[in-house]
Design a protein. Structure first.
Length: 294
């Protein structure tokens, strides 16, 4: 009862603050209010078929992965994401970058995000994204698609034809993969797990192993989804699952799979950090704090 009163009070406050220039959408606060995850799956698959497979030739067995999440940028607040991209751009050697979702905070901010991440989901890209719940709120999935093209895909890294690591991006922005994405994932893992990759990494937005209910209806997967996803990852030898959403760092090993939740990149958050992973014979990761700026 107390939670119900709290949510009603918050809704009234937010409604009172809204105006014609506001990015708030009251329905979007409680429901994605747009295409379902199965519809987004079909659109992502259509783009993937058009664009073709992505095989990144690193030219070496060793390379670096930069990973951030939950930047929640607005047109005026994006210094941490700017810093992340500056560090990534300045890094030497073969590399790629992942953003694990909630790129933007609310409406009208995708053009700014695209200008920072400058990715068009082409074969020349080294920056890859997955949609978060904030990215599809307010019926914004079509805008996400305009800039980032697809929310469900895979790519791999290679060294002049030698397979290195497989990366699988899932759309969990609604807190569920949906039936069609589940089937695609089963078939993909069954096939790719036999192809000799040294490791398999799944990256997505919604985290596993819930810490609290702060994220509302998108807080976590259902028990059934968690059971099936964790079972698939263990069965087919997934090594890492990288997620965001919770805004709090966490590491859990379950059935041999290492689940890492990253800190947020959002400017106003305390303890913001991103992750750098040195991918070689072993995967060695470390967290880098964003600088405190006045």
């Amino acid at each position: 009862m107390k939670k119900t009163i709290y949510y009603i009070a918050m809704a009234l406050v937010l409604a009172a603050c809204a105006n014609e220039e506001s990015t708030l959408d009251m329905k979007g606060m409680f429901s994605p209010n747009g295409e379902t995850v199965n519809a987004r799956f079909e659109q992502s698959m259509a783009y993937n078929e058009f664009a073709g497979e992505i095989h990144m030739n690193m030219g070496t067995d060793d390379y670096t992965v930069y990973v951030c999440t939950d930047s929640h940028i607005t047109r005026k607040t994006h210094r941490n994401l700017d810093y992340f991209m500056a560090q990534y751009s300045a890094a030497e050697g073969p590399k790629l970058a992942l953003h694990l979702g909630d790129i933007i905070d609310a409406q009208k901010n995708f053009p700014c995000a695209d200008s920072i991440l400058h990715t068009g989901r082409t074969k020349a890209d080294t920056i890859f994204t997955t949609p978060g719940n904030h990215d599809i709120y307010f019926k914004q999935w079509p805008i996400y698609r305009e800039f980032f093209k697809t929310g469900i895909y895979w790519f791999d890294t290679q060294n002049n034809g030698k397979k290195l690591d497989l990366y699988i991006c899932l759309d969990t922005a609604e807190g569920t993969p949906g039936t069609k994405q589940f089937q695609w994932l089963r078939e993909l893992l069954a096939k790719k797990s036999t192809e000799g990759y040294r490791r398999i990494i799944v990256f997505t937005h919604t985290h596993f192993w819930k810490l609290d209910a702060s994220q509302g209806h998108t807080s976590n997967y259902s028990l059934e989804d968690t059971y099936e996803l964790a079972g698939l990852f263990a069965q087919y030898g997934v090594d890492y699952v990288w997620t965001g959403h919770q805004h709090a760092r966490q590491s859990v090993i379950y059935k041999g799979v290492n689940y890492l939740v990253l800190d947020a990149t959002k400017d106003e958050e305390k303890g913001q950090a991103y992750m750098i992973v040195n991918m070689g014979e072993s995967a060695i990761y470390r967290y880098i704090n964003y600088p405190t700026l006045d």
